[in-house]
Write a protein that binds this ligand. Structure first.
Ligand code: C5P
Length: 394
């Protein structure tokens, strides 16, 4: 049993926090709540108080409590502080170290770990100011769960910005209370899936990657307590809960999304990136009865090499090598050529694409480790354990 202090800020997702409170209470936790002025416009103190069965605090200048410097006591007595929904505004105020209301004063005064569940419009989440604030807060040790991709409250708008689901938030809270996991406080960037390279507005070149391995790695890293950004090409499988999903189509979009997500403590490039893109036609190509059209191919950027050799290189960069012959020899050469620390090499002649299993060889500067045939989930968990060991976390 723990004391989980919830800070509810003013966003449409505030109603979902009631479910978080209910689940925490079911687990026997105490759930005092600080409701910001804007938060109280979305959920009432009455409904929050009825569920939390604990004080719902709103005013920094509550005379009775402040005689005993109540907000300091409140901040000090929590085992964990959860900010949900973490709006762009409260993240900005936290990043600036403001203390102009009970919520921010409490967040500034607490020594407990802070978990934030961002929720905002995708434009606000992607704005450079929000990106700066999130990076700064992560540097300060604030942990994040989500946001996720999906439809926003504004009708028809989709993108990254939706608050993680209550079940995922509660799971992240349990993890934090249990000590945080082997990758707690780390930002892990994962690429996954294929890329689509447009030929014209309706056709594209693609490959058989399903995204299963990359998504499993993102899931395992999140389960180990990391903040995960998953940059994925078009796939049909769902994104794991609690990771920040950035959807892209082409290799060039993937590079831009990866660069925007840096800095990271590790980058794991699982995506099957197309080597070439087509000089795409602006209109649908037509059968003319004459010679078929000639596709003009140009080389795509190598995302792995660009990141591994770039100024914002994460301390650990992991690549994959899908080969059909000389698997390990080629992976050794690839590791050096691309400048990454680890290559997970696999033989794709045996139908790995879309399958549940994978047999990989781990190529590092120290040599080669052969892993047995494992599920992609097991490969992911082993890789995460390996990264945690390298980072000194487990
Ligand atoms: O050169 P090859 O495609 O075999 O390299 C595979 C590794 O490089 C994978 O980790 C893949 O994600 C990455 N890669 C990349 N950008 C490319 C091509 C490959 O990041 N354009």
């Amino acid at each position: 049993m723990a004391r989980v202090l919830l800070v509810i800020a003013g966003g449409i997702a505030a109603y979902k926090v009631l479910e978080v409170i209910r689940r925490l209470r079911e687990r026997g936790h105490e759930t005092p709540v600080v409701l910001t002025e804007a938060g109280a416009r979305f959920v009432t103190p009455l409904s929050v108080g009825a569920l939390s069965n604990a004080p719902v605090l709103q005013d920094l200048f509550d005379l009775d409590r402040e005689r005993e410097i109540g907000h300091i006591r409140l901040a000090r007595s929590a085992d964990l502080v959860v900010v949900a929904p973490a709006t762009a505004d409260i993240l900005a105020r936290m990043a600036a170290g403001r203390a102009d209301d009970l919520a921010t004063a409490t967040l500034l005064a607490t020594g407990a770990p802070i978990l934030a569940a961002p929720a905002m419009n995708p434009h606000m989440w992607n704005h450079p100011a929000t990106r700066r604030n999130v990076d700064r807060l992560a540097e300060d040790g604030v942990h994040f769960i989500g946001p996720e991709a999906g439809e926003m409250a504004e009708r028809g708008e989709t993108g990254v910005g939706r608050m993680a689901e209550p079940a995922a938030i509660v799971e992240a809270i349990s993890r934090r209370l249990a000590g945080g996991g082997a990758l707690a406080g780390k930002h892990i960037l994962v690429t996954s899936g294929p890329t689509h390279e447009a030929i014209d507005p309706v056709r594209y070149i693609a490959n058989r990657s399903s995204g299963r391995q990359g998504h499993a790695i993102a899931e395992a890293a999140a389960a180990a307590g990391a903040r995960v950004t998953l940059v994925s090409g078009p796939v049909t499988i769902p994104a794991p809960p609690g990771v920040t999903l950035v959807k892209v189509e082409s290799a060039r979009q993937m590079l831009a999304a990866v660069e925007a997500a840096l800095p990271a403590d590790a980058a794991i490039m699982t995506a099957a990136v197309a080597d070439w893109h087509v000089e795409a036609a602006p209109h649908k190509l037509k059968k003319t009865g004459g010679a078929p059209p000639q596709l003009v191919l140009s080389e795509n950027p190598d995302i792995l090499a660009t990141v591994a050799k770039g100024a914002a290189r994460p301390p650990i960069v992991v690549g994959f090598a899908a080969e059909t012959e000389d698997v390990v020899a080629r992976a050794k050469e690839k590791r050096i050529r691309k400048g990454c620390d680890i290559i997970l090499a696999n033989d794709v002649s045996a139908g790995v694409f879309g399958a549940a299993h994978n047999t990989v060889h781990v190529v590092t500067a120290d040599g080669v480790e052969d892993w047995p045939r494992l599920t992609k989930r097991e490969v992911a968990e082993r890789l995460v354990a390996h990264l945690a060991a390298l980072m000194g976390g487990g």
